[in-house]
Design a protein around this ligand. Structure first.
Ligand SMILES: Nc1ncnc2c1ncn2[C@@H]1O[C@H](COP(=O)(O)OP(=O)(O)OP(=O)(O)O)[C@@H](O)[C@H]1O
Ligand SMILES: [Zn+2]
Length: 715
């Protein structure tokens, strides 16, 4: 290799082995660069910048934009495009090139391009949203300094590995099947009961890949919720580098971890949805734990599904993808059902029905609340029978978990005199009463005020809480079970960093008898002393207008039930209690028998009959404005404009409607549903419609923003 500065520069930016290093160029060339430009700004494609030498696609750089200088990524020249400077066009020059970093891999750019086109955004918006924010702040020199420091501190990781548990018979079968098919890079759905030992499968699969010199990517729903899982991974890879990637890291840490990934120094990446874009140069396997979890769907900006992108990534890179859950999403279940059973037959399905150690799943008990005398329910959310069962656990020194998916003390305060209620001034929602700091808080916009001493409308001093949240439930449990150590885990008690870990370790250490909480505690945790789980008020989801509500509720309850009886010796006395006014409901019947397959079959039949996903494909066009009529008017205009286009693509457009929580932070929200039997047809329609959306946007005075949501979670 030559020693002249220009050939050194060319060599650093040269593509991987095999390709000719580009000759030092004298004429400046045009480099396509993607930058963070939101969709509505009208910039969809890459921008051209001048560079004195060709830059490998994937190179990070800084470019001028207006009066600012922004971070960008050199992008691929599309076939037919010329890198010569076009006549009569003035292009600006690249401001700085991050030569010290390897370019982002081609597979990474392909994934970003796919996500941008599928979710109707610009590649730049997707790319910049998934790069560590800290990168934007750094100059090339500062980054180089960070890299030097990072490399100096990269000591070989140490730690000794304990003895591995011998795989159960089912685990052994699954491992064998996975090893046999790995070469075909399949997508596998691992349907394993709660406590069947799915994590052990992930660990061993990851180990196989890492030992072969490749890297494993493991996605989890919310890393902070499961510190236990991170520890298990760390403990299992001594001498290897396990790196976490999620938005809870400090900016400096997130950059450091991301750099380790890009430099190929990380053997295993454990991360949340944004980690699906981790630029691993030697990827060998993608695992998606709890693949049904709604948090895999990004809800703002580029609204991507990390689970779906994981599958795309596997295809792009030719590596296996393993999706795991005790309650798979109906989409994945449908994909894994063989065609002979009415499914799509796209994924391989592997099953682990038994719990580790041979323990059974908890007995499900339904308490018919409609039979209880009114007096009983006036003061307490807890039926006498459930209280009795909790006392039994206390007497035996076992733990219980009480689930209520609503935080705060009471969802609303009301005046007993004039009927005033604690509405939020900025949202179409009630403000929740939090007793601890005596505040009324809006869970949508965050507006927080002291509880008024008297009714703001009539001055009556008697204002009362209606309904109950976890804070009130905790108080009632402490009263009803004297001497019991009651703990609570929800978004309020865990705001302080480290608080969740502390409370969870108290639970694991047996210092809590009854744990109250929201869905945060219902999933993933490997509690060893829990023999009772109770859902206090789960009925609301039965009558929701959202077609996914039953699926979500069933999965939540089944996951919650899975926290009980995880230690085999206690499993036969483990119980899941459900307090309900509708004990006959089919959802509870399926829960009683732990029959996910039957529930899925019934739901899929309903979805097919109603023309809902996975049998049709949906997208939402959302619009926000100060007034509802303005938002809806714009939706109507762009929908009218698209009438012919929709017909041509066999896509149905529904009338605009307000969102179920119509106003949030003084913003009126409306949406329009787009539906098609064919995914490609929907894609083609959305791409063609995009021009209309941009053209019509400035014509609508008062429209604040709009966005397309492909495969929306809720409609
Ligand atoms: N082969 C094995 N031998 C002994 N113990 C095992 C084995 N496999 C897993 N375990 C233990 O069994 C327990 C349950 O396993 P794990 O947490 O992986 O279940 P899971 O399938 O992920 O459940 P969930 O879906 O409820 O999270 C854990 O404590 C784990 O350490
Ligand atoms: Zn509000």
């Amino acid at each position: 290799m030559g020693k002249s500065p220009s050939s050194r520069a060319a060599a650093t930016s040269a593509p991987a082995a095999g390709a000719e290093p580009p000759a030092p160029a004298r004429e400046p060339v045009v480099v396509p660069v993607v930058i963070d430009a939101p969709q509505y700004s009208g910039l969809k494609a890459a921008l051209g910048y001048l560079s004195e030498r060709p830059l490998t696609p994937g190179t990070l750089l800084r470019v001028p934009l207006g009066r600012r200088e922004v971070l960008g990524v050199a992008w691929d020249t599309r076939s037919g495009e010329d890198s010569a400077v076009p006549d009569g066009v003035t292009l600006r020059e690249v401001a700085a090139v991050f030569d010290a970093l390897p370019p982002l891999p081609a597979a990474w750019r392909e994934l970003v391009d796919f996500a941008a086109s599928y979710y109707q955004r610009s590649p730049g918006e997707v790319a910049l949203a998934v790069l560590p924010p800290e990168l934007r702040m750094l100059s090339a020199t500062q980054l180089e300094r960070r890299l030097t420091r990072l490399r100096a501190k990269l000591l070989p990781p140490s730690g000794a590995q304990g003895a591995l548990p011998a795989p159960s018979a089912e685990q052994a079968q699954v491992l064998q099947a996975l090893a046999a098919s790995a070469g075909d890079a399949p997508v596998t759905l691992l349907h394993g009961s709660t406590g069947s030992g799915k994590t052990e499968i992930y660990l061993r699969e990851a180990q196989r890949v890492v030992e072969a010199g490749r890297q494993a990517l493991v996605l989890v729903p919310e890393i902070n919720l499961t510190p236990q899982l991170e520890e298990r991974f760390l403990a299992r890879f001594p001498g290897r580098r396990v790196v976490s990637l999620h938005s809870g890291l400090t900016p400096a840490r997130r950059l450091k971890h991301w750099l380790m990934v890009l430099l190929g120094e990380a053997d295993l990446v454990l991360g949340t949805r944004l980690a699906v874009f981790a630029p691993l140069p030697r990827l060998g396997l993608v695992i998606v734990d709890e693949e049904h979890d709604p948090s895999y769907k990004q809800q703002e900006g580029a609204r991507y599904s990390a689970r779906d992108l994981a599958v795309v990534r596997g295809r792009v890179e030719g590596v296996p993808v393993l999706l795991g859950s005790a309650t798979p999403s109906l989409e994945s279940w449908h994909n894994a059902l063989p065609a002979t059973e009415g499914g799509a037959g796209r994924y391989t399905r592997l099953t682990m029905a038994a719990r580790i150690g041979g323990g059974v799943l908890p007995t499900v008990r339904l308490v018919d609340m409609s039979r209880l005398p009114k007096e009983v329910l006036r003061d307490s959310a807890l039926s006498p029978a459930l209280l009795g069962a909790l006392r039994e656990r206390l007497a035996r020194g076992e733990q219980s978990l009480v689930l209520l998916n609503r935080r705060g003390y009471a969802p609303v305060l009301h005046c007993t005199e004039c009927g005033w209620k604690s509405a939020c001034a900025h949202c179409s929602a009630w403000r929740v009463f939090h007793k601890l700091d005596r505040t009324l808080r809006c869970h949508h916009c965050g507006l927080t005020e002291r509880v008024p001493r008297a009714c703001p409308d009539c001055g009556n001093a008697d204002i009362q809480p209606t309904g109950r949240g976890t804070e009130r439930l905790e108080e009632q449990l402490a009263l009803a079970l004297p001497g019991a150590r009651v703990g609570r885990i929800d978004a309020d008690t865990t705001r302080r960093s480290g608080a969740l870990e502390a409370e969870l370790s108290r639970v694991h250490a047996g210092e809590v008898d009854v744990l109250v909480g929201t869905q945060m505690i219902a999933k993933g945790h490997d509690f060893r002393r829990m023999t009772l789980v109770a859902a206090v008020n789960p009925d609301a989801a039965l009558f929701s207008s959202d077609f996914r509500a039953p699926e979500r509720q069933f999965s939540l309850l089944m996951q919650a039930a899975g926290r009980a009886g995880r230690a085999a010796e206690q499993a036969d006395r483990a119980e899941m209690w459900v307090q309900t006014w509708h004990p006959q409901h089919a959802l509870y019947a399926a829960l009683r028998t732990h029959d996910y397959a039957a529930f899925a079959q019934a739901q899929l039949a309903e979805r097919r009959a109603a023309g809902l996903p996975p049998y049709t494909h949906l997208a939402l066009l959302r619009a926000d404005a100060r007034e509802q009529s303005v938002a809806q008017a714009w939706l109507r205009v762009v929908s009218d404009e698209a009438r012919e286009l929709a017909e041509q693509h066999q896509v149905a457009l529904y009338p605009p409607v307000p969102l179920s929580v119509q106003r949030v932070a003084d913003m009126e929200r409306a949406q329009l549903l787009v539906e098609s039997a064919s995914r490609p047809a929907l894609q083609r329609f959305l791409t063609a419609w995009d021009a209309t959306l941009r053209r019509k946007r400035p014509e609508q005075k008062g429209l604040l923003r709009w966005a397309v949501d492909v495969d929306p979670l809720a409609i």
